[in-house]
Design a protein. Sequence first.
Length: 138
Amino acid sequence: MFISKFMTKDVITLGRESDIAEAKKLMTRYRIRHLPVTRQNSTLIGIVSDRDIRSAMPSKYFHDHRTEEMEAGRNTGVLVQEIMTKDPISVSLSSTLQDALLPIEKTRVGAFPVVNENFKVMGIVSDRDLLNAFINTC
């Protein structure tokens, strides 16, 4: 079974110059945990996760203007490019479910962008997508 059958095709992406507050808003609005970071031509340059954003922000128990800004929905001054994983592991449209399982287990990441031969983002496959694929095919 190919990844292209089980991936999320309508991928929400953002640019590296985006503020992490924007990334957090997108994740909340679309109920997602990972955002591929792309150039204007949709080529993959990184990925940011909800964990990356949480790690970049100080604890809510300590007063910090960035936390207040994010909670108010305003820019924090922290750019996605500062916290993203650069050159993330990705899978191709022709990858199989099995091809994606091993890297997810080895790297302990929750999602991989799915790219074409030019590294244009075509989708994203998460650990949940893979689990649902196996449940539905067994």
